[in-house]
Design a binder for this molecule. Structure first.
Ligand code: APR
Length: 254
């Protein structure tokens, strides 16, 4: 394997070949994804120039304070988000990850995304660390409600409480069972592949450092701690996965 410092001069193809050999030699590969995995499906990420936080202040639309003090802004924002995840579909990159999982090349998928695209593209046992936009419930009594109830500005039919999507808001804890599972899968892993995240949000941004194996970042731009990764591939998730798939599947047929 070429020394880390020489990587800068590696062509994309050489990096993909190296990644493919790491995947083939790994017994436990964990995938960790972020919003950059869904931008090529049409869903904006958060911190890119065209990201949601360039237009909205998360404190006003995506926090427990927003739910309590700015409910109309909160509801309007998440009505738009729900529209996005129901109007767009997972791109080929998602289906390649599902194929890699069924081929045993990926043993666990953890995501910060709330669009449900990994499961929608057939991936199994996806650890949704920040919850999901696909379900809605009452913030006060926890009873389930529908997207329609939420977007129609209804209150909870049981307790008249505020309805909200089942996502993790700023100021809330991650679902502990999912978090514990993600930590233990990464602690036991040989390889962690991180795709489409700026790694700016705690505690998920700590996860890659928990492995004793190798770490790979696939991202359009540098993320937090990029220098700590054993391999960094700057590119779009869909394109890199298409190239990787041709190495992993087509060439192995030849
Ligand atoms: N291919 C590869 N990388 C991409 C692509 C793409 N098609 N599109 C965007 N990116 C990269 C961006 O360059 C950026 O570095 O993906 C990263 C997305 O980072 P963020 O927008 O910060 O999203 P994420 O890291 O998932 O955010 C984490 O923050 O706002 C909260 O709860 C929200 O789960 C979210 C968390």
């Amino acid at each position: 394997m070429m020394k880390k410092k020489e990587q800068g001069v590696w062509e994309m193809e050489e990096k993909i070949l190296e990644l493919a050999s790491w995947i083939r030699n790994s017994k436990r590969t964990v995938l960790l994804t972020g919003a950059g995995m869904s931008t090529e499906s049409g869903i904006p990420d958060f911190r890119s120039q065209t990201g949601l936080w360039a237009k909205y202040d998360p404190a006003y639309v995506s926090s427990t304070d927003a739910l309590r003090d700015h409910y109309d802004l909160f509801r309007d924002f998440y009505t738009l988000r729900i529209d996005d995840v129901t109007n767009f579909i997972p791109h080929e990159g998602y289906h390649i990850l599902t194929k890699m999982q069924s081929a045993g090349m990926i043993t666990s998928i953890a995501t910060q995304n709330v669009d449900g695209f990994h499961a929608l593209s057939g991936s199994q046992d996806v650890l949704e660390l920040h919850g999901s936009l696909r379900t809605v419930s009452c913030h006060d009594c926890g009873n389930n409600a529908t997207h329609q109830d939420f977007t129609d500005k209804k209150t909870c039919q049981h307790c008249s409480g505020k309805l909200r999507p089942d996502i993790v808001l700023f100021g809330e804890m991650l679902p502990q069972d999912v978090w514990q599972k993600a930590m233990s899968h990464i602690e036991k892993s040989d390889l962690v592949i991180v795709i489409g995240t700026s790694l700016q949000v705690y505690p998920v941004n700590q996860l890659p450092s928990l492995t004793r194996g190798k770490t790979v970042l696939i991202n359009r731009e540098d993320a937090n701690h990029t220098h700590l990764f054993d391999l960094t591939i700057h590119g779009s998730a869909r394109e890199v996965l298409l190239k990787l798939s041709s190495v992993l599947f087509e060439e192995s047929k030849a």
